[in-house]
Each structure stands twice: as C-alpha cells, then as structure tokens.
Design a protein around this ligand. Sequence first.
Ligand code: F6R
Length: 653
Amino acid sequence: MESEFERKVLMCGIVGYTGTNDATDILIGGLKRLEYRGYDSAGIALGNDEGIESVCRKGRVGDLEQTVAGMQLDGACGIGHTRWATHGTPSEANAHPHLSCEGDIAIVHNGIIENFMELKEELLSRGHEFTSQTDSEVIAHLLEEEYALLAFDDSGQDDIANAQGRRLDRTPDKMIASGDPSVLAQAVSHVTERLIGSYGLAAITSHEPGVIVVARKDSPLVVGAAPDGSYLASDMIALLDATRDVLILEDGQVAELTPSGIALFAREHDELVSCEYETTHIDWSVDSAEKGGYDDFMLKEIHEQPRVIRDTLAGRLVGDRITIDELGMSPAELNLIDKVYIIACGTSYHAGLIAKNLIERWAHIPTEVEVASEFRYRNPIITPTTLVVAVSQSGETADTLAAIRDARIKGARVFGITNVVGSPVARESDGVIYTKANKEIAVASTKSFLGQVVSLTLLALLLAQTKGNLTTGQIRLLFSELADTAEQVEEIISDTTDIDSAALACKDASSALFIGRGMGAATATEGALKLKEISYLHAEAYPAGEMKHGPIALIDEGFPVIAIATKSPTYEKVLSNLQESKARGAMVVAIATQGDEEIGKYADHVIFIPKVRDELSPITASVPLQLFARAIALERGCDVDQPRNLAKSVTVE
Ligand code: F6R
C-alpha cells in the first residue's frame, strides 16, 4: 500500500506541443531533454475532439517511447511529464498526466500542492474518484468542475462553440494574440486561485482541441511559438530545437497555446486580461546541451571549465577596478556592509565555504555560510547592513529561494549568484551575477561550481576594493592570477593518468576521507560530495586538524585518505596529518603542487597541479577531485550523469 507521502512529486519536467505535426515524437523528444531533472516515470496525453489518450510508464522516458512506438497515437496536441518522487516506489498510477473523472481533461504538474488533502476530501465528498496518490491529481478534478461551470449552461448544453468562436477572432500566426481567453484558460485561472503551494502546470481538454493552457507559481515554465506550432516546457532546453525566442512565464500569468500562436493573460480582479509580452532570445547552441563527443555530460562539462572561467571574468576588470554593475549597490552602500551571509545548498554551499575564506581574508568582513534549509528556520540576525549572497546553479532551489525571501523581509540586500538567466533567484535578488556556465546537464555540478567560485572570488575582490583593504596593484595582480587559472585547469584536464590510477586503487573501498586545511578544507567538502553522489562510495570531508579528534579511528589498512596538500601556510601541518594516516595503513592520495619533491614520501598516489596562490587553489584543486570521482564512479559501473535518487533541481523543500 502506498503512503500518502508519495504525493510529493518533485523536480519533474513538463512539455507540451500543439501544431501541425504529430505531437507524440515531439513530446517524447522534449521529455528526453528534460530527463536529467527526474526519471522515475513518464507519461504523455494527446487530445482531439474525440477524447484524450494518455499513456504512462514507470521508468525512464525510453520505456515510454517503446510503449508508444507500438501504439497508434493520433494527435497534434499534447502534454508530457517526467517525474521524480521523494518517497516510496514510483508507480504508473502516480505518473502524470492525470485525468478528470470523465477523462476529458488532462493535466501535468510540477511542484507541490500543499492544501491537496483538504481539496481532495472536498472533491471526494462530491463524488470524484481518484486513481493516484499524488497531490497533482486534485488539479484535474478541480478543473473538471470549474470547466463544467463555465462551459455548460444550466440545461447542460455545451457552450464551447461560443468559446471557440471567440478564440478564432484572434489574428493567426502572431505571437501576440488578442481577445478573450478560452474557457480552459478561465477554468485554469480559477483553479489556481484555490491552490496553495507551487505549480508549473499545463492542461488540455477534448472540448477545445488544439488548446493548451499553462500557469505557474514558483515553478518555471517557458513557452515559445514556432512555424509548426506552439511549445511549452519547464526548461527552455526542451524548446531550443523548435524556437529560440521564448516567453518566460511569471507567477500568476496564464498562457494559452494554439497552433497559430500564444496568448498571455494576467489575473485582474477575478478576470483574465490579455497582456502583450516580449520574448527573450536564447543564443545557447543546442549542441551545448549535447555531449559534444564526450562519453558523458559530466566529462564534457568538466572540459568546459576553462571557458567558464574566462567568460565569468570577461569585462570584470575595467581599468584597475573590479566592476560588477549588476550588484545594484553604490560603492557607498557597499562600504556600509559589515556582515555577509552566504546561503546555498549542496555544491553551491561548498562554493560559499571557499568564499568565506576569501571575503574574510581580503575584505575583512565577517562572513557566515549557511545551508539555506537551516538559515530559513533559524531566525538569523540580519540588519540593513548585512549582505546576503544566495548561490544557486539552477536559481530555483526551494530552500534557497525561501531564505532569500526571509532575508529581504528582514531588510538585507540580497545578491544572487546563479547560472540561469531569468530564474527565480535572479528575479528575487536585488542584484545578480550569472556564472556563465551555460546549461549544466549532468546532475553532479562541476562547471557551475567553478563558475560560482570564480564569481564569489570576484565579489570578494570587489568588497576588498570598496573597503580599501587591497591596493589597485594587488587587485590587478589577483585578477590576472585568477584569469590564469583557466589555462591551469586546461593543463589539469589534459592528462588524467595519475588521477585514473589513483581512482583505480580506491574503487573498491567502502568509505573515504577527504582532508585539508584552510582553503583545502573547504575544497575537500566538495571533493567528498562529488565522490559520494556519483559513485555511491561513502565519503566525508574533515579539516585535517580534526583527524585526531575522531575520524582517525576509521583508518585501517588501505583506507583512502584524499588530501588537499598544495603549498599553503598550513602545508607542513597537512604533511603531519598524512604521516599519521600512513602510519595507520591509509592509502593516501595527495593533490599537490607541481615541483613538490617531498610529498611522495607521504602519499601512495600524487596528483600534481600547477602552482597557484593559496586563495585560488580551490579552483585548480577541485578539478582533479571531479575527475577522480568520475573515474571511480565509472569503475564501479555507475551512471555519472544521472546518479540514483538525485535530481538536478530541488524545487520543493
Ligand atoms: C551536487 C549538486 C547539488 C546542488 C544543490 C543546490 O553536485 O549539484 O548539491 O548543488 O542541489 O542546487 P542549486 O545550486 O541549483 O541551488
């Protein structure tokens, strides 16, 4: 028996198409592009005036594709969904699309409906029958009721013809359509008023063939018109083959897609009013979303890192000054900052740990780094002179967003560092730096992490410049060394022989320790996370000085200790820790500075990296750790791009 908690449907992908082509192939193609977001079940629904045909499968989109290949699905309008559930066994019944009782309405939903229990009870009491445990299904049943109220007159006569007549008044083949919303759009709008929580949703009905209606709140949705019809997706990557001019929906907006174009509406006093809109041109190459000749996305993305460093730094040194105009704060305002909070989750949090060291060293501003899910419930002390820096690759992590909102309510200035243009983090922050990583497909973050570290390094330099703690000469030198890391990373990834042999030696371990001091301790945290998330090998990071306070008890013959042992003020101390580890039988893998002749005495495997100043060492030292984790994961037969139980964006708590 499945538990009610299975309702939590997270981090899913949504697609839709209405036009002149066969929708099935387009929907499956779109779902494949989104599969990195969630992959435990998938489904599509196609609608025409004879009804709605829906097919769902547990498993990957490939399983769904095989199923539909053997069917005669007919239709040029449909919606699709790929799902990732938090609890219990993913099942076909819980897969989207969900249908109304009569089967004349289908919906897909991304997000979570917090008041679904209350709504479900209400709907059950009125005779609705549910077929899944999901929260999303309430939307289909609510729509069924709302649609009936709007579309059928008191005698039960179908009033759809009128509604269709109104829609046909619109100028075809124009992105900006005018006129009244369809009945479905009105019904969706009314239903969303009853929903508490987050949603990106798309609906179709057999009463209005060719129409798809979408709405969103705190969950991304983009739509785009192409010569062959209109498209929707929860991520623009699924649209890029069809169109590069997209409309990024805002919370509260409702869009209506027809084969001839897209109409946008906003709610005003219980009414949907038509709005004009501008599209955003996306210039990423579709190829950047493909593997580009590499065995997996993770490797491709690791190789993109020199480019990310260069792009992130481009235009940031103007004359002798670090320039981040997007910060939206004057030098006088910046100068008042007396406290920095960095809030983030996972890998982004680790980028924050690195930045704390830099901000405190260079700008002398006390800095705290906090996991967003803790920050938001802890009532941290924030004043108008606190700068909150929210770091999020996806820009849509629920906890990070909630923390931003809390911080703003408390009066802080919030600065976002994100990879996704127009993402909620970008929109809800006072200023934003884009990390220029471009789309990251592999679930494990690599190039985005480096983009974050470089962006945060820039921020630290800017704060130091504003506070007058670094001279212009020092700033120029640091910036130039930062820029040099692009070439150094190129050198590291050009030869992975030593990394691969260290990985081979560690692949059968059941646990590993990552250690370092100072910048190295922060780098170690990310090394351990990369290893555990893609190879399922348990790994922990510890400041090396803490070894004697507990973790050293873990060490016995062959236990891997991976040390960040680059040249730094605490290098000698790290060597002592390695000696202690070796004395207990550890297999030591050291990330060390080229030219270090001593390290070989303390380590079984040495991975040399180019010499950089200590403050910049996380940029270079984290790259071999990414490659090390990937090599172990491949040795252990793991899927490095789509590790089990993980999803790329965590859009609910
Ligand atoms: C790990 C990883 C995750 C994310 C975390 C936060 O490789 O990718 O730990 O870093 O889920 O995601 P964002 O940065 O999108 O807020």
